[in-house]
Design a protein around this ligand. Structure first.
Ligand code: ZN
Length: 157
């Protein structure tokens, strides 16, 4: 289920909902959250060397664990002027990523939320990985929020 479209749509929707209360969730910071929601899946770049016969999965696997993803977020935030704020927005995206990944039916045992302190794997096993109804629902909710926020902002003018 949580393909990249769902990760981005949920992050965008969350930011648009939070924008009602907190003006910090403007467009640039929403983009940071959306990028943060994709950061854990940077490990998928090893698919290319894998195709060429080099198994790099063990070297990058820790990046698809919360601590590894937060380290990547910390590294990415170094490229921004306001490092602390960008780290927080990246981190919110990372949190949404793992919240969505937790509901997946895990074939690999689950997500090691407390890696490297614990090898306890967490999973809720609610949704199969290839269920694209979830993608359609996430996009539908995002479009609905977009239409509502546009109507609200037009009404305010
Ligand atoms: Zn993931």
């Amino acid at each position: 289920m949580p393909d990249w479209i769902v990760h981005v749509a949920v992050a965008w929707t969350l930011c648009h909902l939070l924008r009602f209360k907190y003006p910090q969730f403007d467009t640039p910071n929403t983009i940071l959250v959306m990028v943060g929601a994709l950061l854990p899946d940077v490990v998928k770049v090893v698919m290319l060397p894998n195709l060429l016969g080099h198994d790099w999965w063990n070297y990058v696997y820790a990046l698809h664990q919360p601590l590894g993803s937060l380290l990547v977020a910390g590294f990415a935030s170094l490229f921004f002027e306001n490092k602390k704020e960008s780290l927080l927005f990246f981190s919110l995206g990372v949190i949404t990523h793992y919240a969505l990944d937790l509901v997946l039916i895990q074939v690999s045992g689950g997500i090691y939320l407390f890696y490297p302190l614990s090898w306890l794997a967490f999973h809720l096993d609610l949704v199969p990985n290839d269920d694209y109804y979830i993608t359609m629902v996430a996009l539908g909710v995002a479009v609905l929020i977009y239409l509502i926020t546009h109507r609200v902002s037009k009404g305010a003018k």
